[in-house]
Design a protein around this ligand. Sequence first.
Ligand SMILES: NC(=O)c1ccc[n+]([C@@H]2O[C@H](COP(=O)([O-])OP(=O)(O)OC[C@H]3O[C@@H](n4cnc5c(N)ncnc54)[C@H](OP(=O)(O)O)[C@@H]3O)[C@@H](O)[C@H]2O)c1
Length: 337
Amino acid sequence: MERRRLGASELEVPVVVFGAWAIGGWNWGGTDDEAAQAALRRGLDLGMTAIDTAPVYGFGHSEEVVGRALRGRRAEAQILTKAGLRWDDTRGEKAFEGRTPDGRPLTLYKNSRPDSIRTEVERSLGRLGVESLDLLQIHWPDATTPIAETMGVLVELHAEGKIRAVGVSNYGPAQMEEAAEALGSVPLASNQPRYSLIRREIEADVLPYARRHDVGLIVYSPLEQGLLTGKVPAERTFPESDGRARRPSFRADNRARVNRVLDDVLKPMAARYDVSLAQLSLGWVLAQEGVTAVIAGARTADQVEENAGAAGLRLESEDVALLRTTFEGLDLDLGPL
Ligand SMILES: NC(=O)c1ccc[n+]([C@@H]2O[C@H](COP(=O)([O-])OP(=O)(O)OC[C@H]3O[C@@H](n4cnc5c(N)ncnc54)[C@H](OP(=O)(O)O)[C@@H]3O)[C@@H](O)[C@H]2O)c1
């Protein structure tokens, strides 16, 4: 699979990265660890060697499953994890309300305090069973901690060899600039924002900034959590423990509009290229200048195989443009990011 350098760092990642949120189980209606291990190993076999995870994905579970799958194969992989979203510490900025797997109320806090980041990194190393992380990303900006303080501890962890590259996630241009300045000679390797045919907010500012300043972009939810795969017909239901049961994009009206466009425009185009809808949707994101890689979430080896197949797709510029205007014309009521 094609690989690209992440910004000005020394880290190289494949253009399709394995997204390990769903295999944590939480907010995805549970998980099957055997299927997850098989999916991760199939990814390695196909060159999908970078794995994006986070402590909060299943409250440690995703990192543990990734660690088990990588036993004996650590050298092949790039582990991209995160810090800065805590469920077990009430300092910082209130971020999200939810429920634990056993139904208790849960509040997540954006917490990028240096001591908290250091603690999280040590715990991630332990759960993953590794000596170092290839990329550590600050999960969300935390308005209660100066960015320079957070970057300070990342520079230390980099010097100690615990993290090989530094990234951020969900940062705007001004926040990226502040981070890059505070990092000094350590490059800001990447930002991880949301981006898909349906959610193109980053085109206004994050994408141009990243292109200008050589910050890599590894983008999340490129399949809109399955909506763009054609596998979410009107009758598909999600359990309460799956966030998609509540997400505006999955509401019946939005789903119907998206599915109509998938049928009318994307299916004939996909047939011309001999690819699936998922591959076409991933291919469109990869065709955008400034996008380094897509993070495609998956739970099974079959999904991984399909998503990996998007890496070789080269869309004609007229088709890239047609897909853009088609989705621009859709009147979707999506709510906040
Ligand atoms: N930094 C952040 O704040 C942030 C936020 C969100 C995500 N992320 C990262 O980005 C990754 C990807 O985003 P995401 O998981 O939200 O969304 P996504 O990649 O757009 O969608 C993933 C889901 O789509 C379905 N799917 C995947 N491949 C498929 C295929 N080939 N055919 C049919 N269905 C398929 C699977 O769900 P089912 O099988 O259940 O249908 C899968 O769990 C995450 O895993 C995580 O690593 C980061």
